[in-house]
Design a protein around this ligand. Structure first.
Ligand SMILES: C[S@@+](CC[C@H](N)C(=O)[O-])C[C@H]1O[C@@H](n2cnc3c(N)ncnc32)[C@H](O)[C@@H]1O
Length: 408
């Protein structure tokens, strides 16, 4: 590969089936030795390998689901081109990629050539919105648009929605997790047009706010949305939203929006249609955030397809074990739509020691409720049990532990 042409130090790496040249991480380390991809002349973040692994699995599962021979994918913020090349090599897709930065376009084209996918991947220098609009004008029927920006995907969503085919996936990454989880309320209101707040289930709040925003933008363009998969990993949110044109589908999707509620006095978590409500359990003043999506975070039928795709492709992924674990966890927790509880916060409200989250899940299941740990937080659990039952179960557990201590 002609990496000698590049005016910065480079390294050859392998990710999935792609072998690419990237800026040498050793040349862009902070004082503490940590690689800072934003300092490199072209962005490549090895920590996002997992994000790209899941994108490949989703593309393969979706191709099977809609019975399309070849997917057409747009990746209008491509950086080094790694994601576009992986879509071509590992999901057999036709890919339209772009980046606004000439250095990124140059490197991405080199990488495309070195992987022998010139017939399958084109890379243009363009602003993402202008590029998507151009593809729409040219009549390119896109089945997946992958928006993977710095920070918020919000500025690109309207054009992406207008450029997707009659039916297709918008895959969006958001790394602006501080605003989305309520730490910067003004930025949250500005970017996502929502009533901002910070709940105790802030990572789920972040995912549901982005999903809700996609639903609202899609509805204004008369598209309904089905959330196929939505999760939180490392420091980002990722949502795979399937859009399907139709006014009644859009109306139906809007009916899945609501406001998230968290009561700091009794720990209540839930949803409401009334953005000015008080806590339905204790009457206290609550944190209310939204509108956000209140439905399942994964589609069970699609999860089945994803799991069988994973079985077939496990050998080519960068982080296969992590994908297995995420899918197992999501399949368990997706059937429960109520937001997760933070066990440590509940126990601090009740002035009691924290039991193991697994024992809490077991205790709720023994009472006949659905309950599961959550991928969002190791201290979290989710359940369809009413709040009173959650508190009673905790108090009963505490009493039993105290009795056992006395007996010993
Ligand atoms: C997070 S990086 C993309 C990483 C890439 N998707 C991957 O998986 O490795 C964001 C990229 O968007 C590009 N970019 C920023 N603003 C843009 C715009 N308005 N239009 C097109 N590209 C843009 C940056 O140059 C950068 O390469």
């Amino acid at each position: 590969m002609a990496s000698g042409k590049l005016p910065y130090p480079t390294r050859r790496i392998k990710e999935g089936k792609a072998e690419i040249i990237v800026p040498d991480p050793d040349a862009y380390r902070r004082k503490d030795g940590v690689y800072e991809p934003a300092w490199a002349p072209v962005f490549y973040n090895p920590k996002m390998r997992f994000n790209r692994d899941i994108a490949i699995l989703v593309a393969n599962a979706y191709r099977e689901m809609i019975g399309q021979e070849r997917l057409v994918v747009a990746e209008p913020l491509t950086g080094s081109g790694v994601r576009a090349i992986r879509y071509a090599l590992e999901a057999d897709a036709q890919v339209y990629a772009a980046d606004i930065d000439p250095d990124a376009v140059y490197l991405a084209r080199l990488n495309v050539e070195a992987n022998g996918v010139q017939e399958r991947v084109t890379v243009e220098r363009a602003d993402a919105n202008e590029y998507l609009a151009k593809l729409r004008r040219e009549g390119v029927r896109l089945s997946i648009i992958d928006i993977d920006p710095f920070g918020s995907p919000a500025p690109f969503l309207d054009t992406a929605i207008q450029s997707i085919s009659v039916r297709g996936i918008i895959a969006a990454t958001a790394t602006d997790t501080a605003p989305l989880s309520g730490t910067h309320p003004r930025a949250l209101r500005r970017r996502y047009d929502v009533q901002p707040a910070r709940t105790a289930w802030e990572k789920e709040q972040a995912v549901r706010l982005l999903a809700g925003y996609i639903i609202r933008r899609a509805a204004s363009h008369e598209y309904g949305v089905r959330i196929l998969l939505a999760y939180y990993a490392d420091y980002y949110v990722r949502v795979y939203a399937e859009l399907w044109r139709g006014a009644s589908r859009a109306d139906d999707s809007l009916s899945k929006l609501g406001y998230g509620v968290y009561c700091p006095y009794c720990g209540y978590t839930g949803y409401t249609d009334n953005p000015r409500t008080r806590c339905p359990y204790c009457g206290g003043t609550v944190q209310i955030v939204g509108p956000l999506y209140t439905g399942p975070l994964c589609n069970q039928e699609f999860m089945e397809m994803l799991r069988s795709t994973l079985d077939k492709r496990v050998g080519s992924l960068a982080e296969p074990k992590r994908a297995v674990k995420l899918f197992e966890q999501l399949s368990l927790e997706c059937t429960i739509t109520k937001p997760y509880y933070r066990l440590d916060k509940l126990c601090s409200i009740l002035h009691m020691n924290m039991p193991k989250p697994d024992s809490m899940v077991e205790a709720l299941r023994r009472k006949g409720y659905k309950a599961a740990r959550t991928h969002f937080d190791p201290r979290g659990f989710r359940t369809n049990a009413p709040h009173t039952e959650v508190l009673n179960t905790l108090i009963e557990m505490q009493a039993r532990i105290a009795r056992e201590d006395d007996d010993n």
